[in-house]
Design a protein around this ligand. Structure first.
Ligand code: GAR
Length: 206
């Protein structure tokens, strides 16, 4: 009897709405993302992403950072959880917490982040607002491998979009989300297919 190889397990870390998480669930269901979403972890009890995960039948865990004496202890708990689920890739999707070297070293080059700007422009948690305040004419979406700095690490994929005159933050957010929901499954698929080579800051796609 031939058995299909098990799909690689991914964990998604979210602090908020979880629309990117939802897009990954949909892509996996359609077969557009060849991965099993094994785990959703949130650092906030009220994150809607937790509800989405439960509805999708994905294990949803709220891990309270304040319940741990140090950031390292908190991250070791995250690592244990990921290890228990044999997680191959950790995907940050609106996870508003900086990961320390404890976590980054354990999953070196196996942590992705999605950011709503063309990094290195507009890092941080208000990238869309910042781009509008600066009067930027172009912004976009970045998916990158995570290192020890904020919104930092080798860039995997980027897509630009022109900001429309008079565009509001909500309008721009909606357009950015549409790009994110397409780009993140694609980037994850490339990594899982072994098509990503990293040399220093440079990423080449095979
Ligand atoms: C996304 O737009 C993501 O790019 C952003 O948080 C949002 C989460 O939305 N991430 C950052 O700003 C990281 N610095 P979601 O919870 O609906 O997926």
């Amino acid at each position: 009897m031939s058995r299909r190889p098990a799909l690689p397990a991914i964990a998604v870390l979210c602090s908020g709405q979880g629309t990117n998480f939802q897009a990954l669930v949909s892509a996996a269901r359609r077969g557009a993302l060849r991965a099993r979403i094994a785990l959703l972890i949130s650092d906030r009890p009220d994150a809607f992403a937790l509800t989405r995960a439960r509805r999708a039948g994905v294990e949803a865990r709220y891990i309270n950072p304040k319940a741990f004496p140090t950031r390292a202890a908190y991250e070791r708990a995250l690592i244990r959880l990921c290890e228990a689920h044999r997680v191959r890739l950790v995907c940050l999707a609106g996870f508003m917490r900086i990961l320390s070297p404890v976590f980054v070293r354990r999953y070196r080059h196996r942590i992705l982040n999605i950011h709503p700007a063309l990094l290195p422009a507009f890092p941080g948690s208000h990238a869309i607002r910042d781009a509008l305040r600066w009067g930027a004419k172009v912004t976009g979406v970045t998916v990158h491998l995570v290192d020890e700095a904020v919104d930092h690490g080798p860039i995997l994929l980027q897509e630009a979009l022109a900001i429309r005159p008079g565009e509001t933050e909500a309008e721009l957010l909606a357009r950015i989300h549409r790009i994110e929901h397409r780009l993140y499954p694609k980037a994850i698929g490339l990594v899982l297919a072994g098509r990503v080579r990293v040399r220093g800051r440079r990423v080449s796609l095979g």
